[in-house]
Ligand binder design. Structure first.
Ligand SMILES: Cc1ncc(COP(=O)(O)O)c(C=O)c1O
Length: 422
């Protein structure tokens, strides 16, 4: 649960309108096959990639992007990303195998606790793979695994005071100079850069602050020769898609307290806002700030490439969830034939996503509890639906569910549904 800085009430009619353009095609797919399914939207994915490339190319010309496979590893997604010239960012041996099955030219492998088998796989494909090491211990293990004649490119992941509870990743920035010197003991490891991913950056500020801290550290702790060894700085992902989702009032500490008390006394908490819409920075704002901060804090110190590892900003619009109404339980409650095992966790308790009845669409939401088929009350998609009415067999879509749902899916009670191409 986070304190939000971008509260914005309103409605996501933009999402409804974008989806309505595809209504006929989706209805045809939905009516003629078993629901639920993930709908792969290649055109939207392609648009997101192009937007990303356009902004970054304009403002950070010496950038390289590695799509974060963990956000959606569907082969159709990976193929499209690679076709558009992006590299892949993987975090396990399994993801590395998926990446190697594409035509990708460049892979970065990050993540804590890499196993010897995973490191060996990376070494085997060292002409494509750069390892983002995670600790002093991993430096030693990697160094010992490399045989005579084998060299591999590498970076070291760091965390700073800005990373908060994410300090399990990488080493403390304060130890970077020590790490850099120690790495010289392993000449088969070509240490070339620094990785410092931060997640869920609703504004551009965390990038500015991180770049400032890193620039200052390098200026005072690295020698001229060491600075010349830095070939890349990897600023990770964390860019949020805009105007696609929101959150309920109880996703904030004060709302959570009110809802918990109301639930305890079996009362209606009566919040003034139904939900708030997330309005993070625009891609342009993120990139302009990053570019400005690099010029101000890093360029005077180090001359290198900049890597990025975008995940959700690329994959969010690449998939939608399609289901049908299987049971109308009450005027204000229906059962959809998809369960939240499709999405892997209980996002929908606190996060708001627009849901549209494609069979009976409307530009206004009706109040209706949208439950799934799993044997859990938490199997729940939302409180509202853009619909005139809800009837059995109606085709329902939850648009823009491409990030961290397909990869989180579980076969709890129900199987993981198939992916259908739009
Ligand atoms: C190392 C690393 N890079 C990139 C990403 C992608 O983040 P996002 O999907 O928020 O862009 C993640 C996600 O947690 C990550 O752990």
């Amino acid at each position: 649960m986070r304190e939000r800085s971008t509260d914005f009430t309103g409605r996501l009619l933009n999402v409804v309108r974008e989806t309505m353009v595809k209504r006929r095609a989706i209805l045809e797919l939905g009516q003629n096959r078993q629901t639920p399914f993930y709908l792969f939207d290649r055109k939207e994915l392609d648009k997101s990639i192009k937007e990303f490339k356009f902004e970054f190319h304009k403002h950070v010309p010496n950038y390289q992007a590695y799509y974060a496979v963990k956000s959606n590893h569907y082969p159709g997604v990976l193929k499209e990303v690679v076709k558009n010239g992006l590299g892949l960012d993987v975090s396990s041996g399994r993801e590395l195998q998926l990446a190697l099955a594409t035509k990708v030219k460049h892979i970065v492998f990050s993540g804590p606790g890499k196993t010897p088998a995973e490191l060996k796989l990376a070494i085997k494909h060292r002409h494509k793979v750069l390892i983002q090491m995670d600790s002093f211990s991993e430096l030693k293990r990697l160094g010992e695994l490399l045989k005579k004649g084998e060299t591999i490119r590498a970076g070291i992941r760091i965390h700073t005071k800005l990373h908060g509870s994410w300090r399990k990743f990488g080493i403390d920035l304060k130890e970077l100079a020590k790490f850099w010197q120690l790495a010289k003991k392993y000449p088969r490891i070509k240490l070339e850069g620094i990785q410092c991913h931060m997640s869920l950056n609703e504004t551009e500020k965390p990038y500015h602050d991180l770049i400032k801290i890193l620039g200052k550290y390098l200026r005072y702790n690295f020698s001229k020769d060491e600075l010349a060894e830095i070939k890349f700085i990897d600023l990770g992902g964390g860019f949020m898609p805009r105007l696609v989702d929101g959150y309920y009032p109880w996703d904030m500490p004060q709302g959570d307290v009110i809802k918990t008390a109301a639930d305890f006394y079996n009362q209606n908490p009566n919040f003034t806002a139904k939900y708030y819409i997330n309005k993070p920075a625009t891609l342009k704002d993120y990139v302009e700030t990053i570019s400005w901060s690099i010029k101000r804090y890093l360029k005077p110190v180090v001359n290198c490439h900049y890597f990025f590892e975008p995940g959700r900003i690329i994959s969010t619009k690449s998939m939608h969830l399609v289901m049908r109404v299987i049971d109308v339980k009450d005027e204000d409650m229906v059962i959809l034939d998809g369960g939240i095992n499709m999405a892997g966790w209980e996002y929908y308790q606190t996060n708001y996503y627009p849901v549209i009845n494609l069979t009976r669409p409307a530009l206004k939401e009706i109040k209706v509890l949208l439950q799934g088929t799993l044997c859990l009350p938490e199997d729940f998609w939302g409180y509202y639906c853009y619909a005139k009415k809800m009837k059995e067999n109606d085709i329902i879509i939850i648009p823009n569910q491409g990030a961290y749902t397909y990869t989180w899916a579980q076969n709890f009670i129900k199987p993981i549904p198939p992916v259908i191409n739009l």
